[in-house]
Design a protein around this ligand. Structure first.
Ligand SMILES: O=C(O)CCC(=O)C(=O)O
Ligand SMILES: [Fe+2]
Length: 236
């Protein structure tokens, strides 16, 4: 009941975690979250199924499905050459608009006006083989040529999100709890900051978010800075 009226947000004010890195708790409504979870299910069904990307021969514990451009360590391609060779789905217009609204919310309208993300990475953190939850090690998002901000949306179980600095994987960093519906935007001086997800807390998804008992979804929107093909032209 208290969550129904957003009372939890009193204790979780929006916060600039580092210069250019803004956490906006409770940005998506439960209805929006549940709708996005349904879309995620559609994306994960193909043409390129959600898969664990391999880094240095080892599969990541999260499963990822990409839109617009397919990400594989450490590049973007239109076809998922490390999965089944199929072309990824286009980035839907509603996600582009949502990304722009997110940047307006985190920064201002001027920053948002020119923001045109062209790729989304949708990660699912589920239970892995040993019964624990998937996680993600400290890394930089640096396979994009553009340095436009990254927009991150979280749905489902709460996680511990570690947001660090641009120099090292280690301290100083700030630990932030990302809950279902939270927005996190990092750009400007924080665009290349190391970050990761050391822990997901199972069973913490709010009722009605569409993912109860099934882990966590995180969607990041990015501007790759790669060439947009002309309409009808084959992508490189
Ligand atoms: O799951 C998250 O909150 C972060 C995901 C992330 O860092 C990434 O996909 O590069
Ligand atoms: Fe990342």
């Amino acid at each position: 009941m208290t969550e129904l009226f957003g009372d939890d947000l009193l204790a979780r004010p929006r916060r600039e975690v580092a210069p250019g890195a803004v956490h906006v708790p409770g940005w998506l409504t439960l209805e929006q979250q549940a709708w996005i979870v349904e879309r995620f299910r559609e994306w994960a069904a193909g043409p390129v199924p959600a898969r664990a990307a391999r880094i240095g021969g080892h599969p990541m514990s999260v499963r990822t499905v990409c839109l617009g451009w397919h990400w594989q360590p450490y590049r973007y391609t239109r076809e998922a050459t490390d999965v089944n060779g199929a072309r990824v789905l286009p980035l839907p217009e509603w996600l582009v608009r949502l990304g722009r609204k997110a940047v307006a919310e985190a920064y201002d309208g001027a920053a948002a006006a020119g923001y045109v993300p062209d790729a989304a990475l949708a990660n699912h953190y589920g239970t892995i083989g040993d019964g624990t939850m998937a996680k993600m090690g400290m890394h930089q998002d640096k396979d994009e040529i553009s340095r436009e901000p990254v927009v991150s949306l979280s749905i489902g179980d709460t996680c511990l999100f570690r947001f660090g600095n641009t120099e090292t994987r280690t301290r100083p960093y700030t630990d932030v709890e990302l809950r279902s519906g939270d927005l996190f935007v990092f750009g400007g001086p924080s665009r290349l900051a190391y970050h990761g997800v050391p822990k997901v807390f199972p069973g913490t998804a709010p009722e009605g978010c569409g993912l109860e008992g099934r882990g966590r979804i995180n969607i990041t929107l990015r501007a790759t800075g790669l060439d947009a093909p002309e309409a009808g032209e084959d992508a490189p």
